[in-house]
Design a protein around this ligand. Structure first.
Ligand SMILES: Nc1ncnc2c1ncn2[C@@H]1O[C@H](COP(=O)(O)OP(=O)(O)OP(=O)(O)O)[C@@H](O)[C@H]1O
Length: 246
């Protein structure tokens, strides 16, 4: 069998004299080859992840509006924002191997989506799969699986939603309190917690209201591990958004 050194000697013989080889030994050639293989397989994993996101919700994991949200562009002007930012940063830092979920609840426009997207963007950069969906989007995707034209089954969609590294469910409490919605959210959180995958929830309801809406069973699962519950109870930032800041 040919060794990398044999291969390198043959390449050297074939190379025109004016060509400066990129490698000086068979070992360097082997190392380069292995590095290329590693980069290629990482890129295949990324492509598969992107395809899965596309399949799950017809788009990549974070809505365009929030793609540029980061910890750095979240402005701190009061103690509550400082605490929320510190906790969100910590959550992202500790994410690897953690089963802890998070609940951001409180007033509109206070940055719940911003900080959830900042966590998501940070995790995506570290190679994790993240999906932020509203309850309405979730339900319309689930209902879409019932139509004859859909090539994805309800079970498949549930499986995909339950296996992304972080799923954030937004607008909890905006829904019509239907039994189906409650059952689906129950199933997703149940599957995710039993496979040690965390879930994020964003809501204008307070924790007691979320308990009443979704039930003790789901909210108890949201408390697994070192979970993070943050109240966003300051003024809305929305009137100050110009649209070109990030
Ligand atoms: N402290 C902040 N610094 C910078 N931008 C902020 C801050 N808080 C909110 N924003 C911006 O204000 C807008 C509204 O924030 P966001 O969507 O996160 O609110 P929300 O709490 O999720 O509101 P809702 O409950 O209505 O969904 C976004 O564009 C967000 O980037």
């Amino acid at each position: 069998m040919k060794t990398p050194t044999d291969l390198f000697s043959r390449l050297k013989k074939m190379m025109p004299a004016n060509v400066q080889p990129k490698f000086t030994s068979g070992e360097e050639l082997l190392a380069w080859n292995q590095e290329q293989g590693r980069l290629r397989s990482e890129s295949i994993v990324r492509e598969n992840r992107a395809m899965k996101m596309q399949r799950v919700m017809g788009r990549s994991g974070i809505r365009e509006l929030h793609m540029n949200c980061s910890f750095d562009n979240y402005r701190v002007e009061n103690e509550g924002q400082r605490r929320a930012l510190t906790m969100a940063r910590q959550y992202a830092n500790d994410f690897e191997g953690s089963i802890a979920s998070f609940v951001f609840s409180g007033r509109p426009g206070t940055g719940k989506n911003h900080l959830a997207a900042a966590i998501g963007n940070d995790l995506i950069l570290r190679g994790k799969s993240v999906l932020i969906v509203t309850v309405a989007d979730l339900m319309s995707s689930m209902k879409g699986t019932f139509s004859g034209g859909s090539d994805i089954t309800e079970e498949r969609l549930l499986h995909d939603l339950s296996t992304v590294d972080l799923l954030v469910i937004d607008e909890i409490g905006m829904q019509s309190e239907s039994r189906y919605e409650k059952v689906i959210i129950n199933q997703i959180v149940d599957r995710r917690s039993s496979s040690k995958r965390p879930t994020g929830m964003l809501s204008n309801l307070d924790p007691a209201g979320m308990n009443t809406l979704l039930g003790e069973r789901v909210m108890d699962r949201m408390r697994l591990g070192n979970s993070m519950w943050v109240r966003f109870d300051w003024e809305s930032y929305r009137s100050r958004v110009r649209g070109d800041e990030y």
